[in-house]
Design a protein around this ligand. Structure first.
Ligand code: TLP
Length: 398
């Protein structure tokens, strides 16, 4: 029975299933899950999907054996009472790594963004978002539906606001206008292809914010990718923002979790809002334990994902019908323009799927490929010819 349940957990990529099974980690079941997951990640990818190369997202990464061992050994308590020592340790580490006073563990990046919006701004206020940002595109409209804020999207070239555009968008206070309160940045920028916003750019954005009495919030789901790409301490990026979040469950390979970070006052408020949203967790040390391992062991290896992304981009750039701006491949995301194929991006994605390469459609004529811990150089060398073959077939058909 236990083996069956472990196999079910493995065959289902749903995080809830994973969390459910993790909660039983003090039983023998843990050992069985552990044994299943100890197979190489590429093999696990095959078992789950029957595909050989999964480039949809770095969210598909599975936890390491060290993470699973840490879950098993974690000291636990009721975190709503503030009594889970493992959560406390992770929150202290997160605050320290980002140079802020305090941190809060939440279930997902989407929840981190929502909790942060609600802790930074009051209903009816205006927030400036980049027009391709995750908060604007992919969070089910929670910025307005739940937080009650007015999103004010601004277009940019590469994901970083031009300070002049921001300056022009901030109107003088007037009884007719919503009160502006917050500027949100995303680093690295997902829909712009994993582009990095530099400390200099952040500093300029922060100067505009300060001049107008606004706060700056960073969606740093892939903050460590940005820091690794720039070869700097993440604090060089975070010092220009008031508060931020980063994700454990992307390139850092954890099964669940994100951290909201900021001043102690901000985090006290965020803790209450997390409860309001139903996000207070009890023995959350089972989530925090792999997070600690991730911060200790998973950050520097992101460079390998970036190298593989460059290799992938260089390969795709040579394929007729596909276009990649290799200058933009700064981290682990490769955006591909499929307009030259004479087929929709959806056809491209489904044809690749049939050929064993999983990628994501990102809107009209756009596909996204993401490298991560489950992808090695050989996977890229295997995927590129498959992509070329599929593109050739679609070109001939079109
Ligand atoms: N992004 C996911 C999808 O939702 C698109 C992905 O596969 O990249 N901020 C940024 C910049 C993100 O990329 C994501 C996830 C989130 C927030 C939300 O994180 P989760 O998925 O943990 O809610």
């Amino acid at each position: 029975m236990r083996v069956l349940r472990a196999q079910f957990a493995l065959s289902c990529s749903c995080l809830f299933c994973y969390a459910l099974f993790s909660s039983e980690l003090h039983t023998n079941c843990a050992l069985e899950i552990n044994r299943c997951l100890k197979q190489p990640l590429r093999e696990a990818g095959k078992t789950q999907h029957n595909y050989s190369v999964d480039l949809r997202s770095d969210t598909v990464t599975l936890p390491t054996g060290e993470m699973l061992d840490a879950i098993k050994r974690a000291k636990l308590g009721d975190d709503v009472y503030g009594e889970d020592p493992t959560v406390k340790k992770l929150e202290e580490m997160a605050a320290e790594r980002t140079g802020k006073e305090a941190a809060l563990l939440v279930a997902s990046g989407t929840m981190a963004n929502l909790v942060s919006l609600m802790s930074n701004a009051r209903r009816g206020e205006l927030v400036f978002l980049e027009s391709e940002s995750h908060m604007y595109w992919y969070e089910a409209g929670s910025v307005s539906a739940v937080a009650g804020l007015l999103p004010w999207p601004l277009k940019t070239e590469t994901g970083a606001f031009n300070p002049e555009d921001l300056e022009n968008a901030i109107r003088p206070r007037n009884i007719h206008f919503p009160e502006p309160s917050l500027i949100c940045v995303e680093n690295t920028h997902n829909r712009h292809g994993g582009t990095v916003i530099t400390p200099k750019q952040l500093n300029a954005i922060s100067a505009v914010a300060q001049a107008h009495g606004l706060r700056v919030y960073l969606d740093g789901a892939r903050l460590f990718n940005a820091a690794v790409a720039l070869k700097i301490n993440p604090k060089e990026l975070t010092k220009h923002v008031d508060n931020l979040m980063f994700c454990l469950s992307k390139g850092l390979s954890c099964p669940v979790g994100s951290l909201v970070v900021g001043t102690q006052d901000f985090i006290d408020k965020a803790r209450r809002i997390r409860k309001l949203l139903g996000g207070g967790m009890r023995q959350a040390g089972v989530i925090a334990a792999p997070g600690i391992v991730a911060l200790e062991t998973m950050v520097n290896r992101l460079e390998e994902d970036h190298r593989n992304a460059r290799l992938l981009a260089a390969g795709i750039a040579k394929i007729e019908g596909l276009r990649v701006d290799t200058e933009r491949v700064q981290t682990n995301i490769v955006m591909v323009d499929t307009s030259g194929l004479g087929a929709s991006e959806a056809t491209f994605v489904s044809s690749l799927r049939e050929a064993g390469v999983l990628v994501s459609a990102m809107g009209k004529n756009q596909a996204r490929l993401v490298t991560h811990r489950g992808i090695e150089k050989e996977d890229i060398e295997k995927a590129v010819p498959v992509i070329a073959k599929v593109a050739k077939r679609l070109l001939r058909r079109g």
